[in-house]
Structures are given as structure tokens and as C-alpha cells.
Ligand binder design. Structure first.
Ligand code: SF4
Length: 226
């Protein structure tokens, strides 16, 4: 998946979202894409961004033989789905643990109470300090902390603290209405991440393309050739 840089492919068994959940949602590309595709490839014609479980996609990972990093359910936010959908998603990933599934939500409390397999990296997305403080301290499961953090689009200064997950992605907003990210916000984030021993991947700087995630089971994806 070229636009993400850090994943090999996308997989969207759950789509849709009831957001917005903050200023980071203002130019939601997933909503724009769903609206464009309305009435096709599983997007309802009446309300294309309505949360939908696509049963016919749940088995897709079984067909991908080579282990892959999979951007999972990025066409929406899993927090807007009923628990049954999340249970089906967790079960589908558990069945094919050779892949690494990246999941992202703006409401990380939605992870609670479900048995997420180690092959999926649980993440949250923030855009400024207020949303970092609100979301990053959530403990998604009793015995598990967040695995990664997406700061995209970066809309204001953020200082990381000890709650910062081990892997952090930073990105600008792109497009004709893109809001400005100041270089010093990025520099401060990278410096905080280095100081705290976190891996950081700044999407808009190709020199950082090697800073890929480590799976919770300890497998370093940089060493496996991803
Ligand atoms: S939570 Fe994600 S999918 Fe939902 S509106 Fe915001 S950016 Fe879009």
C-alpha cells in the first residue's frame, strides 16, 4: 500500500464510521472515498460511511501466503461497530497469525474486553496535545498497552511522555485544504521519541523509512525483511 509506506496491503472487513471525533477528522479521506464508491464494492448507496461488516472479506488473509504487514480497517473506525463485529475481526486475525495487522482507532477504549491476538498491533490516532492526553493513556486490555501511535495529521505541538507507545508514525496533512504542520513540532516529537527509546517513522521524510514496527511477540520486522 504505497500511500501508507509502512504496510504491504490493506484489508477492510469492517468499514464506516460515525465520527468526527476531533479536528483530525475534518478532511477524512476514508469518508471521501466511501462517498465516491457509494453503491459499489460494499459501500451502501444510501449512507456509504455507515459501519458495515463485510462477511465475504473475513477470510481474505488465509489466501495471502507470505507474511505481510496489513493496514486493517483503515476505511473507517472500528470503535463505531458493535462488539460482535470486533469479535469477528479478532477471530479472523487469530486464525492467520503469520501476518501483522495494524489497527487504529480514535476511541481506544473500544479495545477493552476483547481477546486481541498478539499478531495485531493496537493503535490510536491523535492530532494535538489535548487528544494525545485523552487517548494515549488508555490501557486497551488489562494485560496490554497500546502498541503504536499515529500522529497524522499533526495539527499542533505534542510532547511525548512515558505513556507513548513503542512505535510512532508522524505525518503531515496533504491535499488542497491541508492544514499546516510546523517543522519544529516534528523535530520535538522525534527528539522526544529518541529520548524515550521509541521508534519513530516520519512519513514525509524518506530517510526514516527503515524505522518500522516491532511485533509484540518480539519479532523485529526490520530483520525479517519488511
Ligand atoms: S475517526 Fe477516522 S474514519 Fe472516522 S471520521 Fe475520523 S478520520 Fe474519518
Amino acid at each position: 500500500m504505497k500511500s501508507l509506506q509502512y504496510a504491504d496491503r490493506s484489508w477492510n472487513p469492517l468499514t464506516g464510521c460515525d465520527g468526527p471525533f476531533g479536528p483530525g477528522c475534518a478532511h477524512c479521506w476514508a469518508r471521501a472515498m466511501a462517498n465516491r464508491l457509494h453503491g459499489r464494492v460494499g459501500y451502501p448507496s444510501d449512507h456509504p460511511f455507515r459501519p458495515v461488516l463485510h462477511l465475504d472479506r473475513l477470510d481474505d488473509p488465509t489466501h495471502w501466503k507470505k507474511p505481510q504487514i496489513i493496514a486493517t480497517c483503515f476505511m473507517g473506525d472500528i470503535s463505531c461497530h458493535p462488539r460482535g463485529h470486533l469479535f469477528d475481526l479478532a477471530h479472523a486475525m487469530r486464525r492467520v497469525p503469520r501476518h501483522t495487522y495494524l489497527i487504529l482507532t480514535k476511541i481506544p477504549t473500544c479495545f477493552a474486553g476483547l481477546d486481541w491476538p498478539a499478531c495485531c498491533l493496537l493503535g490510536t490516532s491523535v492530532e494535538d496535545q489535548a487528544h494525545y492526553d485523552l487517548r494515549v493513556r488508555v490501557r486497551p486490555c488489562r494485560d496490554r498497552l497500546l502498541d503504536w501511535l499515529s500522529i497524522e495529521p499533526l495539527l499542533g505541538p505534542i510532547r511525548l511522555d512515558l505513556y507513548a507507545p513503542p512505535w510512532i508514525v508522524i505525518g503531515y496533512e496533504h491535499g488542497p485544504k491541508a492544514r499546516r504542520t510546523e517543522a519544529r513540532w516534528v523535530e520535538d516529537l522525534i527528539s522526544d521519541a529518541r529520548r524515550l527509546g521509541r521508534r519513530v517513522f516520519f512519513k514525509d521524510d524518506p530517510r526514516m523509512a527503515a524505522d518500522l514496527p516491532v511485533r509484540p511477540d518480539g519479532v523485529d520486522l526490520m530483520e525479517t525483511g519488511f
